[in-house]
Design a protein around this ligand. Sequence first.
Ligand code: PMP
Length: 455
Amino acid sequence: MTDHESLHRRAHWLIETELAAYAAARPNSEKLAPLSRRHFPGGVPLHWMLDWETPFPLSIVSAQGATIEDADGNRYIDFCLGDSGALFGHSPPAIAQAIADQAQRGLTAMLPSVDVAPVGELLFERFGLPFWQVTATASDANRGVIRWARAITGRPKILVFDGGYHGQVDDTFVSLRDGQTVTRESLVGQVQDTALHAVCVPFNDLGAVEAALASGDVALILTEPALTNTAMVLPEPGFLDGLFALARRHGALLCLDETHTISTALGGHTGSARLKPDFFVLGKPVAGGLPAAVYGFTAEVEAAMQAVLDAKPAGYSGIGTTLSGNLLAMAAIRACLGHVMTEAAYAHMLGLAERLAEGLEILIATRNLPWSVARLGARVELIFWPRPLRDGAEARRAIDHVLERAIHLFLLNRGVLLTPFHNMMLISPMTSEHDVQTLIHRMGDAFDAITDDSM
Ligand code: PMP
């Protein structure tokens, strides 16, 4: 039986069973939880970590390669990989060594290190943009890009897509409700109406983009090449080309935020397809999981940035933070670009991800489930929807929190870790064929547990 009601009935039953099994197998994590809760709400250093929805958080003792070990000695094959921070595996040896070496020679100085020139060459070679800045997080990078774009164009608005996410960036917290741009309901402590300076349109809808740009007040289109933060919405053929053309025609700048889509291929969409966005953002894995991000831009943008600075009093630009581009971050970025984010690494990741996607498709087809699989290189998403998703609104309809929770808990209890709040699976260069086969088998068992009415 696969009708919605019976799937949910089974899923609720499974959640209860798996929650009990979770607690039974993790006495040490359970003991640590109240101690952590004494000074950290929920026992976690960042409240997002409660999104795993386990009875108490999993306490981690080590993360190496594609494996995580918890405080009870349970081992997990990690397909979450720190939600992309560890896309190239946990502690890749070249990055761990570079960090260890640099740590002996200084961490931060607010001065450029000897790594700056080689990192610039590597970024140019890999992504094709001539100029770069370094920040501490992808959120910071996007905030900087928005500020520059507004300053350069003299226009107030940014255009983002419904269902998109670009980090802790006030301006981007908008969504579409009844065709209107509104402040995203979940945003905490917001006093300004974010819809005043942002316009939100559906992904894959060039007509809506053109209508928004026609007002002439959009400084920047900020988008991922595919939406990856709401299930996974891939660009339809011609959509990205159309976006570039519309931005040019209407005098808006375009930023591709490739923080997640770096999974696509070596260089992400930008480097592999030789695209020339005005800005490019990459955070999370660019320093192997050490907090660092980069944004790149064209020579024209660089000249315009200089003109903006020349026209202002010195200092207090509102762009940058003290630890950005520090000695340690630059060493880690250099090691990542030079030794970890390589052609060979992607060949391994993409090959295994393809096998994973095929395996999941077979599981779905043989059980006649109304679901599908989307893949963006090394990023695979199980979607509770029978067809490719078109936009954020459709993606919201495809999200099924109950099914998701049941499957995640089932897998977690069997040594397989998925990203919370969606069904995303990442393949690292350190993930093995055996890891992927294990995931496929366990996922098949999870599907059976949810669909088999005799259980
Ligand atoms: N851009 C994209 C596309 C993201 O998915 C995220 C985080 N999920 C960010 C930016 C922000 O990254 P961070 O939280 O590391 O600043």
